[in-house]
Design a protein. Sequence first.
Length: 194
Amino acid sequence: MRLHQRLPQRGLAMALAAGLTLISPGARAAENVVIVTGAFERSIPVADLDFLARTGEARGLLATALQLGKQNPKDVAKILNQSVSLPIVLVSRLMDTRIGEAVLKRVSTIIYPLKAGDVGVSALRSAVISGLAKGNGSITAVGFLQAYPTAELEVNLPALMAVMSKTRSIADLVRFFSESPLDGLRPASDKGPS
């Protein structure tokens, strides 16, 4: 590979390395997940989610919520511990494409910093890259929360439920987020009958 072809890759690698060195153990991370539906909001400490993931036992409001929802804490712990392995550079590049931006914008209507929804895309991008870096190329739900750059992460429950009602499985959920944003990017002639 010629030097001029390697420079953009080195630049990206150096930018990632510089960004990762700024992420220290003292860096800000989500402390609470705030579930919002209309005027109602409840906070669940990320520490309680981490405790559940590590022990399979729920505590505090999380224990009450799981009990009311008739959810087995051990099953929820398994979900929290599911790891996804992704190459950091590829993910970073993908998130900077039009399709990646569209997916991030869509997700940021569901989860975003409390009282600062306008920076949701940046927060998501940061949490994914930081979480992957801290997890050596793998990320879990708790790892994502621990890498989220604001103290409180808001979850818009009605928006989440609307997405979940349209999907029956994780595969459907991935398809929903990966294909739907294409609708806004395709020319009108490619969309087919409405």
